[in-house]
Design a protein around this ligand. Structure first.
Ligand SMILES: [Zn+2]
Length: 288
């Protein structure tokens, strides 16, 4: 992207200014048309490289929910995590009903599934309601970030439990409580209004990157790629206006997050199977 293009985009955004918010009211009948980025109120201008196809500000929660069935810049963001959330719920029901062997096995995986479902569900609601009002946008963004942290902390639990299967419960509790404390600290940080400022975009991306543990290479690659693409806003930065509806950076991040949840589940369930299939034998023959 050239400096001239950047300047043009900036001028377009600046020129629209506050006047833009006046032209983005939904009609009383609930019908509305997608608008250009120039017509958006300031709080909805998160990505200036998406030039058209935006929802206007919709002042009704019902209308925001209905907008999931229309094509605009958020449609794919809503559906990627909504389908991911439904898929995770089905997977949780299957795993907890047919696979778990004892109550501790069930509890550790229940925590992981709950974190993933909360993360994907909160993200779906965030993308659905973000166009309601600035207050709603700020509130939903905080819940969305809390969801990411919940995924990070909860994905840690089955890994610790089965990774330290033969150690006494003090070590497991120590790691688990450290994860919960760090997660609580992160939640406190993201609940600060300052966290939404553009200068924290890279840190917000880091939250996605470290959603699971780096010893599962595939999962690490997914989170790393998703986080970098989100922070750099690729590919729309290179071709502004060409990825307004499909294949924009946020959608790629969403797909990476869903892929990361699946990879995390695969790794953790394989580790659990391995530990449980060997039973007490593994603790007698190895030190871990
Ligand atoms: Zn999102």
């Amino acid at each position: 992207m050239t400096a001239a293009k950047n300047g043009l985009l900036r001028r377009r955004t600046d020129k629209a200014g506050d006047a833009g918010s006046k032209s983005c009211q939904s009609s009383p009948s609930g019908s509305w048309d997608v608008v250009d980025v120039d017509s958006l109120p300031q709080f909805l201008r998160d990505n200036e490289f998406l030039l058209s196809g935006h929802r206007p500000q919709l002042h009704s929660i019902v209308e925001c929910c209905r907008s999931a069935f229309r094509i605009h810049t958020e449609t794919c963001n809503i559906w990627t995590h909504l389908l991911g959330c439904v898929g995770t719920i089905l997977l949780a029901v299957y795993y907890l009903t047919f696979v778990t062997s004892d109550w501790l096995h069930g509890v550790t995986f229940s925590v992981f599934f709950s974190g993933a479902i909360f993360c994907l569900g909160a993200s779906t609601i965030f993308h659905m309601l973000i166009c309601h009002s600035e207050e709603m946008c700020i509130l939903m963004a905080k819940i969305d970030y809390c969801g990411v942290i919940a995924l990070i902390v909860s994905s840690f639990i089955p890994w610790v439990y089965f990774g330290f299967y033969c150690h006494d419960s003090t070590i497991k509790l120590m790691y688990m409580s450290s994860a919960v404390c760090l997660g609580s600290l992160c939640i406190w940080f993201v609940l600060q209004d300052k966290f939404r400022e553009p200068r924290f975009r890279t840190i917000r991306a880091d939250g996605q990157i470290f959603g699971c543990h780096d010893w599962l290479i595939f999962m690490a690659i997914l989170y790393l790629s998703g986080g970098v693409i989100y922070a750099m806003r690729l590919p729309e930065r290179l071709w502004p206006g060409k990825f307004d509806i499909w294949c924009q950076s946020h959608q790629i991040l969403h797909i990476c997050v869903v892929g990361g949840v699946v990879a995390c589940y695969n790794g953790a369930s394989k580790l659990a199977n391995h530990r449980l299939s060997l039973g007490a034998q593994v603790c007698n023959t190895t030190s871990s």
